[in-house]
Ligand binder design. Sequence first.
Ligand code: ATP
Length: 318
Amino acid sequence: MTSGGDAPGMNAAIRSVVRTCAYYSIACAGIYRGYEGLIEGDFIELTARSVNNIINKGGTILKSARSKEFRTKEGRQKAYEHLRKNKIDAMVVIGGDGSFTGAVVFNEEFNFPVIGIPGTIDNDIFGTSHTLGYDTALNTAVEAIDKIRDTASSHNRLFFVEVMGRDAGFIALNAGVGAGAEEILIPEEDLGLDRMLESLKKSRRAGKSSSIVVVAEGDKSGKNVYELAEYVEENLPEYEVRVSVLGHMQRGGSPSCFDRVLASRLGVKSVELLLDGQTNLMVGLKNNEVISTSIAEAIKGGHTINMELLRVSDIMTT
Ligand code: ATP
């Protein structure tokens, strides 16, 4: 199943799980709409040929949903009964930490084998250097910022570009460095608004006529992207400021090659772990090796961002 927010690469992961099952002669069913479909018994048998031509498609052919009912014991009991009725022995959940929490609760209650594949553009899951969809979203953000730069430089403007990331600044920090932003504001650290004003003043003095500031949705400045723009206009009237919120476009689109390869590797590993009698694990990537972490640890672990990138960004704005 795919659950929670959709992410590019989910289809490639579905394909990989299904084809690995076919390779080992195991029957495989897809569960529609995450835990909602599980509670309703909305299943479809998937064969190797059911997943033709989806490796390149964004979104998820199994659809995704958020289910309130799965948070209740009654809902989970219904889900379990559908799994038993359909002779399903194990489940691979492709989703974020919420979906993994649901999987752990379900496993504890019914001793039902589960494996998690991290699928979220935010990259905020412990136990993997990359989540499915992150690389694609990052490239989408960089491409969009490149286009905004054309307008910024033609009109000598300052652009605030908001990218996704309520709790994690991976997209903002990496897209900011990759697109050559003047400043990057992230949820992990409050760098202070004075620093931003100073850096904008410095760039004017250095002869730059346009600038881009990349802001993560959940940045720590206490101001949203529109308030930040107003703040700069009030304090640095020489700047003509515009705002662009990239929004859901970052979640869609054809997955990058990196995400397709990652999805293929993680799908194979998830089925092979189950065949090996292992459960309650999340598959992930570490130093380009496929590894597994206990799901409980993955949920609790939190994420760490590479602050060295902020220093690199500072040097690049000289
Ligand atoms: P994203 O990172 O995109 O938000 P996610 O997997 O974290 O993805 P959530 O909406 O947090 O998305 O969780 C998906 C679903 O997992 C929920 O709608 C709910 O059905 C189930 N779930 C989450 N937490 C629990 C819990 N404590 N108990 C049972 N089910 C849960």
